[in-house]
Write a protein that binds this ligand. Sequence first.
Ligand SMILES: [Zn+2]
Length: 140
Amino acid sequence: MYMGIIEGTFPPRYRREVKYRNAFVGWRCKKCGRVFYTPRKRCECGSREIEEIELPREGRVVTRTVVRNPPKGYEKYAPYAIAIIELDVDGQKVRVLGQLADVDLDKIRTGMRVRATLRRIRAGRRGLIEYGVKRVPIEE
Ligand SMILES: [Zn+2]
């Protein structure tokens, strides 16, 4: 889950867009093509040529857990589901962690298709609204 407090001097809409884009950034080794979800300086193959790529918005649920005792500040959103989501990046499977939304917690199943969307996470300090990426089911 991509989450954090949005602050700074940028206008809110701009901050949301930056945050949204950042949530879909991945890295790929230019030599062997391996894709990473977290930045690294060196690939397993030894190459240091890592490029930034955009990750797909859609994926499938691999496994999920329901959070009933959330961290401070998120109490009123509980219970909610956190899932490991598998993305297909040019045939390569990349797993990311994400929060599910708009879903019946009892009906989440392995293989369920989800799409990332920008959602309000909570009202933060001084009335700032925090946004983050959540994943909602795709109707099939
Ligand atoms: Zn490599």
